[in-house]
Design a protein around this ligand. Structure first.
Ligand code: AMP
Length: 566
C-alpha cells in the first residue's frame, strides 16, 4: 500500500503512459492489456459504448466518424470533435482517456488514485495548460503539477547516470518539437533554456508522405474521410518501415482498383526536407538563450517516438557534429520523468536531494501604445517576463494612462517574441477602472506571476488604489467556464460505461454462460451462483468488489476450461 500515491502521466498526442514512484524508483505501469503505452485514441462503438486506447486505435481507419486521435492538438481551443452524433472538446476526450489511465493504474495498484503530475509540451500556452488541468478535473484527478515534457525527459535522463553534466534534450513527439538545455550539478537539474515548435511532430512527416502518395497517384482525391484515414495509416506504416529498411511498399483497394506505392529513403528525405529544416532554429535559439556553445554539451539526448526515424537522427548528428544518445526508450522517457517528479512531490527520501529548476519557454507581456509627437500608435508588445527566465517568477511594471480623463485601462495579455502583438498569441484581457486624470498622470502597477505549473496570474492596481484590481485573466478564448465544466461533467457521466458494459466483464459473463450450458447438476448450480455473485458485484459498480469477484471467477473458469476440474 502506497501512502498518498501520485500518478505520473505522460498525456501524449499519439500515446500516453503512466508511471508511479514505488520503492525508491519510477515504475512504468501497464494498462489493462499489459502494455505500457496506451494509444491516445477515444471512440464510441455502434451501441454508444466508450472504447479507449488500443481497440479504439484499431477502429481509427474502419470507423473514422466514431473515433478520434491526436486530439491533444486541439487542447485549449473551442474546436468540437465528433464521435458519431456527439461532440466533444479536446479537454473532454482527454478526460475520458485520463479516466481510463487512472482506472487501469488503480486496478494494477489495488488502491485508488486521485492526484497526478501531468506532462505538457513546454510550449503549451496558458490556455492549453488550463485545459489540461480541466481535463484532469473532469477525470476525477487533481493535477498537482504540470511538468514540461522535455524537462520530464531530462529529469529521467539526468538520474540515469546521476553526475555533473550538460546536455540537450531533443524531443520530437507526434505533434510537437521541444528542445531543452540542462545543466546538472550537485543534485540540481537546472533547465537553462527551452525552445520548440508547437506545430512540428512525427505526424507531419506522415502527412508529408500522404502528400507524396497523392502526387504519385493524382487520380486519388482525399475528400472522403475514410480514404484520408486509410492513406494516413499506410503512410504511418511506410514511415515506420523506413526506420529499419531502405524501402517501404504500400497498396490500397479503393474504388475497385488497387493503388501501389514504393517509397525509398531518398524520396522520404526529399519530401520531408522542409520539415527537417525546421528542426534547426529551436536548437539554435535554446543554445543562444542558455549561452552555451555546441562544445559545452556533454550529450544530445533523443526523446519522442519520431526520433526513431533515421532521417531525424542523421539531421541531429549533422546539426551537432556528433551522434546522439538514446539510452532511454524515447516513448517512455517523459512518463519516467513524471514518475520521478511524483516521487519528489511525495517527498520520497530517494529523490529528496534533487532540486529541479525550470524556465518559462516564451515571453509574456502586454499591448502598449507608442507615441510619435501627438500621435499614438497601438499594437506594440511590452514583454514583462522574458523567455527562459527561471520559475517561479513575479515581475511588475508601472504604466501610465494615455488619454486625458481616461476612466478605464484595458490590459491585453500576449505570449510570444514578436515586436508587434499581432505576431504573438493573445492570452486574454482584463480591465480596471481608474479615477479620471490628465493623460500620463495616473500610473498603473501591473504584476505578472508565473507559477511552476506554467500558469499566469496577473494583478493590477492604480496608484493610490487600496485594493488589487484583478487576479484572473478574463475573456480567454478557448477556456472553459465553470458552467461549461459542470455541464461537461454531466455529459461525461452520462456516457460513463457501466461496469457490466465493459468488454472484459461482458466476456467473463459470456464464459460463465458457456460453462453453465456445458455442466449439469451441482456444478451447474455452482456456476449459477458464481454468475449471480458477479452480476451483483457489477450492479454495485464498486470497482474493487468487481475486481475481487472477477479474479475468483476467472481462476475457477480457467481451471474448468483447461479441464483440471472436470
Ligand atoms: P510520441 O508522441 O513521443 O509517442 O511520438 C509519436 C510519433 O512517433 C508518431 O508520429 C509516430 O509516427 C512516431 N514513431 C513512433 N515509432 C516510430 C518509428 N519506429 N519510426 C518512425 N516514427 C515513429
Amino acid at each position: 500500500m502506497l501512502i498518498n500515491p501520485v500518478m505520473g502521466i505522460d498525456l501524449g498526442t499519439t500515446n500516453s503512459a503512466v508511471c508511479l514512484w514505488q520503492d525508491g524508483k519510477a515504475v512504468l505501469i501497464p494498462n489493462k492489456w499489459g502494455e505500457i503505452l496506451t494509444p491516445s485514441v477515444v471512440g464510441l462503438d455502434e451501441q454508444d459504448n466508450l472504447i479507449i486506447g488500443r481497440p479504439a486505435r484499431e477502429r481509427l481507419q474502419t470507423h473514422p466518424s466514431l473515433t478520434q486521435g491526436s486530439f491533444k492538438r486541439y487542447m485549449g481551443t473551442e474546436a468540437l470533435l465528433t464521435l458519431g452524433s456527439r461532440q466533444f472538446r479536446a479537454e473532454e476526450l482527454s478526460a475520458l482517456l485520463l479516466r481510463q489511465l487512472k482506472e487501469d493504474a488503480e486496478h494494477w495498484l489495488g488502491q485508488p488514485l486521485s492526484q497526478a503530475i501531468i506532462t505538457v509540451p513546454a510550449y503549451f500556452n496558458d490556455v492549453q495548460r488550463r485545459a489540461v488541468k480541466n481535463a484532469a478535473r473532469l477525470a476525477g484527478l487533481e493535477a498537482l503539477r504540470l511538468l514540461n515534457e522535455p524537462t520530464a525527459a531530462s529529469l529521467a535522463f539526468g538520474l540515469l547516470d546521476n553526475r555533473e553534466q550538460k546536455y540537450l534534450t531533443f524531443d520530437l513527439g507526434g505533434g510537437t518539437f521541444d528542445v531543452s538545455i540542462i545543466d546538472m550539478f550537485e543534485g540540481v537539474v537546472e533547465v537553462r533554456a527551452s525552445s520548440g515548435d508547437v506545430r512540428l511532430g512525427g505526424d507531419d512527416f506522415s502527412q508529408a508522405i500522404v502528400q507524396w502518395m497523392l502526387s504519385q497517384q493524382p487520380e486519388l482525391k482525399t475528400a472522403q474521410a475514410t480514404l484520408a484515414a486509410q492513406l494516413l495509416a499506410k503512410a504511418e506504416i511506410m514511415k515506420q518501415t523506413l526506420s529499419h529498411a531502405s524501402e517501404a511498399k504500400a497498396s490500397l483497394e479503393w474504388n475497385g482498383r488497387q493503388w501501389n506505392w514504393t517509397l525509398t529513403e531518398e524520396q522520404l528525405t526529399a519530401c520531408c526536407q522542409p520539415l527537417l529544416a525546421r528542426l534547426q532554429r529551436p536548437v539554435q535559439q535554446a543554445l543562444h538563450d542558455a549561452r552555451f556553445s555546441l562544445q559545452d554539451l556533454d550529450h544530445i539526448v533523443l526523446v519522442g517516438g519520431a526520433t526513431r526515424m533515421p532521417l531525424v537522427r542523421q539531421t541531429v548528428a549533422r546539426l551537432f557534429g556528433r551522434f546522439p544518445r538514446h539510452d532511454l526508450n524515447p516513448d517512455e522517457a517523459v512518463a519516467l520523468g513524471a514518475g520521478v517528479q511524483a516521487g519528489m512531490v511525495m517527498a520520497d527520501a530517494a529523490v529528496e536531494d534533487i532540486i529541479l529548476t525550470d524556465v518559462m519557454p516564451f515571453s509574456l507581456g502586454i499591448e502598449v501604445v507608442k507615441r510619435h509627437g501627438n500621435q499614438v500608435e497601438p499594437g506594440f508588445f511590452l514583454p514583462l517576463i522574458e523567455r527562459n527566465t527561471f520559475l517561479p517568477v513575479s515581475k511588475n511594471e508601472t504604466l501610465n494612462t494615455v488619454s486625458d480623463n481616461q476612466t478605464c485601462v484595458l490590459l491585453k495579455i500576449y505570449q510570444g517574441e514578436g515586436r508587434r502583438v499581432q505576431d504573438n498569441v493573445f492570452l486574454g484581457e482584463m480591465s480596471i477602472d481608474v479615477p479620471p486624470r490628465a493623460a500620463g498622470e495616473m500610473s498603473i502597477d501591473v504584476r505578472f506571476t508565473y507559477t511552476l505549473d506554467g500558469l499566469l496570474e496577473v494583478e493590477c492596481r492604480y496608484d493610490g488604489s487600496p485594493t488589487v484590481a484583478r487576479t484572473v485573466i478574463e475573456k480567454v478564448p478557448g477556456q472553459m467556464s465553470e458552467e461549461q465544466i459542470a455541464a461537461s461533467l454531466r455529459k461525461l457521466t452520462d456516457i460513463k460505461q457501466h461496469p457490466r458494459d465493459r468488454q472484459e466483464n461482458r466476456e467473463l459473463l459470456a464464459r460463465c454462460s458457456r460453462l453453465y450450458e456445458r455442466l449439469l447438476g451441482d456444478e451447474r448450480a455452482w456456476v449459477d451462483g458464481l454468475t449471480t455473485a458477479f452480476e451483483q458485484a457489477l450492479e454495485s459498480q464498486d470497482l474493487r468488489r468487481i475486481a475481487a469477484v472477477r479474479e475468483e471467477a476467472e481462476n475457477v473458469l480457467r481451471q474448468y476450461e483447461s479441464g483440471t476440474l472436470q
